[in-house]
Each structure stands twice: as C-alpha cells, then as structure tokens.
Design a protein around this ligand. Structure first.
Ligand code: 5GP
Ligand code: ZN
Length: 103
C-alpha cells in the first residue's frame, strides 16, 4: 500500500519526529497552520476515524496517551487543540488516521 504516513513510520519519507514509542509516532506537519503543529499517528495503518473498531481502539487510546506526553514535552501547559479530519467531506487529505496537535 502506498501510504505517505506508513512511509514516514518506516523512515522512507523523512520527517522531523518529536515523539516515538512502540505504537505511536509524532512529527511536525510539513505545512504548519500554527506555531506548534504536530501530527500524531498510530504506527499501524488505520484509514480514518470511521475505521475505529473494538479491535484497534487501544491504538487510539495510545495516541491520546502520547498526546499528553508530547504536550508536556512541548510546553503546551496553557492548552492545545486536537483535530481529526475524517473523510473527503471532513477535509481528510491523507488516508492514514492522524490527529493534529495545535497551539
Ligand atoms: P488532513 O488534511 O488529512 O487532516 O491533514 C494532512 C496533513 O498532513 C496536512 O496538514 C499536511 O500538511 C500534512 N502532510 C502531508 N504530507 C506530509 C508529509 O509528507 N510530511 C509531513 N510532515 N506532513 C505532511
Ligand atoms: Zn498508512
């Protein structure tokens, strides 16, 4: 499968990683829309929020555990936004689930 974010996970496409563990990776958005604009993704390919199931939802929980850690690491203690775009009409342009972390 030709997926930009799977290729970022594997290192085939370079990125500026700000966080990584066994299940989750986070990297700076290529075209930041805010001073802090980080994309947080599960390493395993899930196409979108519409594809979250009982079988894979633990990975989404792990994404949010990572977001809390990244927020502390990036000094976002005053607050931040987490945004997910789902599907064509939801503004999703990359077909690997991702959460925008913005401040
Ligand atoms: P979406 O519109 O799907 O919610 O968000 C996709 C995001 O991925 C956009 O903010 C876009 O700038 C970012 N993006 C697309 N291609 C790349 C890439 O190759 N590297 C990085 N770091 N970000 C990318
Ligand atoms: Zn993927």
């Amino acid at each position: 499968m030709d997926c930009i974010f799977c290729n970022i996970v594997s290192g085939e496409i370079p990125s500026t990683k700000v966080y990584e563990d066994d299940l989750v990776v986070a990297f700076n958005d290529l075209e930041p829309q805010a001073p802090t604009h980080i994309l947080v993704i599960p390493k395993e390919h899930i196409a979108s929020a519409a594809e979250i199931t009982a079988e894979n939802s633990l990975l989404i929980a792990k994404v949010f555990e990572a977001i809390a850690k990244i927020a502390e690491q990036e000094n976002l203690e005053k607050g931040f936004r987490v945004v997910n775009n789902c599907g064509e009409q939801g503004g999703q342009t990359v077909g690997h689930i991702h959460f925008h972390l913005l401040q």
